[in-house]
Structures are given as C-alpha cells and as structure tokens.
Design a protein around this ligand. Structure first.
Ligand code: MG
Length: 312
C-alpha cells in the first residue's frame, strides 16, 4: 500500500467548524480552542474568517481572535478571506497565511457568494496582489470539487482548469473540498492523480467531509495517488445540529489515529488532540461526531492519558 512517510494536517475546526454553529461562541472559548490546538503539535490551524459580520455573525470577531491567541512558534495561523476588504483585515490581524475559496460549480458559487466563478477568480487576483505586497502566502480552495448539491456531478476537467487558474494567480497550494461529502475513493484517486500530473509542483491539500462515512477511505485513496496533506476538524466540528446527517469535516483525531496506526507520522500528539476535541464538545454543548474519543472515556482530573492508550 502506498502511503507517505509523513502527512501534514490543517485543523479547520475553529473556522470551518465553529462557523456552522448557530449559537454565538464567546471570544474566550474560540481563543481557548485555538490555544489548545496549538499545543498538540499541529502545524497549521485555520483560525478564523474575515467576512462581513452581516454575512456570518459567528465570525464577527476575527481580528480579536487573532489578537487573543497565544501563537506557538512553528504553527501557521490561517485566515479565510472572501474579498479584498477581508484580505486587508487579515493582513492587519497578522495572519500567517490567507485562504480563498471558489466553487467548481456555478450554482454553488452563486449560492455561496452571489458571483460567477469567473467573477470570483477575478476577485482572487486582487486578494493575491494584496497578499504578495504583504509577503503572505495564500492558498486556493476549490469547493464542491467532487460534487455539487445543485448540479450533481462536477467535471474533473473543470476542477483542473480552476486549479490551474489559481496556480497562475500565485496560489502556493491548492485544496480540493468535498463540500457535501459525496466523494468516493475511486473518484478521489483519479482526480488527485490527474491534478498531480497537471500541476506537479503545486502542493495539494484534500478537505474531506464524512457525511456518508467515506472521509477516511478517501484519505487512503488520496495517499495512494500521492497526496500527503489533509484537512481535519477537531472533534468533527462542523456538522449542522439542525440538519440530521449533515456531518462536518473528518475529525482530526480520527485521521491522526488512523495515520499513526498505519505508521504514518503527523507530528501530532493524539492525547493532546483528544483533550482539544473534548474541549470542543464542551464549547458547543453536545457530543461531536469524532469516533476515537467516543471509544474512550475522558481521563478524569489528575489522570493523564498517554498515546499508548489510543493506538490499537
Ligand atoms: Mg468543511
């Protein structure tokens, strides 16, 4: 079986996860979650989104979040930005990296940002030049890359074309998002393989959702096709509590536990990550989808779990 020696993980819980919570999460709890993640050995954390508070009230205090966290050396704190206003705010808040998003399907892009894909790509050029001036790298997410809730199947050629445009605009990396959790391992293997052929020098990240229980299978398929960078969300944060079955990103701790069991290094301390996952459950006030933490009792105060407790 083809696996990389090492995988780099981006935890998107504080942004992609908390953004989907309907209840307002207090600033200090967001900061506490990011600080907990910073102590796990993760090197990449998607921290917040610099969007209009009218569009997404949950992300209203992006600058305060960035100002409030304890930055660990070696950790890249990423801010999502939808436009040039957001990019300016993100740069001012001293994010280490900017993420931008465009959908692979017109209907989803329209529903998401009320723009055509061409208009979004044009907007990204503006963000790219601001990032370049500030000396901050940016990466481009292609959402609905494996299927769209409105249009169904998405042409792989379309994904390649958008990825190439993003690369030509200066993206340091491309991320493919399975926004509705519809990807299957064969499709992932094909698209990842084609993308590496087309853009061999551009780092690729995969962002899988576990809506249909296929996220980890898709990770295996992507590794087989050469991928070594994945997104996860601590605890599995990101499911909508009012839409049964609409689960979020693959839980980072499940991803890490699987990779470690397979002998693939991540640099993450699983026991510290589980602590962060339990904290995430406390913050949202309900059990989250992550499996590994469900298989284990949370250590009581004074007890310290070790990684050996978690690895089968
Ligand atoms: Mg997501």
């Amino acid at each position: 079986m083809k696996t990389p020696d090492r995988v780099t993980i981006t935890d998107v819980g504080p942004r992609d996860g908390l953004q989907n919570e309907s209840r307002a999460i207090p600033l200090d709890q967001k900061v506490a979650l990011i600080n907990a993640l910073s102590e796990t050995g993760l090197t990449r954390i998607e921290t917040t989104s610099f969007v209009s508070p009218r569009a997404i009230p949950q992300m209203a205090n992006a600058a305060e979040v960035m100002a409030g966290i304890r930055r660990c050396p070696g950790v890249t704190y990423i801010g999502l930005v939808p436009n040039e206003v957001g990019a300016r705010d993100a740069i001012e808040a001293r994010v280490d990296e900017i993420a931008v998003v465009v959908s692979a399907s017109e209907s989803h892009n329209r529903a998401n940002v009320n723009r055509t894909i061409a208009e979004s790509l044009e907007g990204i050029r503006g963000i790219a030049s601001l990032s370049r001036e500030a000396g901050i790298p940016w990466s481009g997410y292609i959402s609905t890359a494996f299927g769209c809730p409105y249009e169904g199947p998405v042409e792989a050629a379309r994904v390649m074309e958008i990825a190439e445009r993003l690369r030509d605009t200066g993206a340091e990396a491309i991320a493919l998002g399975d926004t509705i959790g519809i990807a299957n391992p064969r499709q992932v293997s094909e698209i990842v393989g084609r993308l590496f052929e087309r853009l061999p020098d551009t780092p690729l990240r995969l962002h899988f959702h576990d809506t249909r229980g296929m996220a980890l299978a898709n990770v295996i398929a992507a590794m087989g096709a050469g991928a070594s960078q994945f997104d996860g969300s601590v605890g599995g944060l990101g499911g909508c509590p009012y839409a049964p079955g609409a689960s979020g990103n693959v839980a980072t701790e499940d991803l890490v536990a699987m990779l470690h069991a397979m002998g693939v290094a991540t640099g993450v301390r699983l026991e510290a990550l589980l602590e962060a996952a339990w904290l995430a459950e406390e913050i949202v006030g309900r059990p989250l989808d992550g499996r590994v933490k469900r298989a284990l009792p949370r250590p009581t105060a004074g007890q310290r779990a070790t990684q050996a407790d978690y690895v089968p």
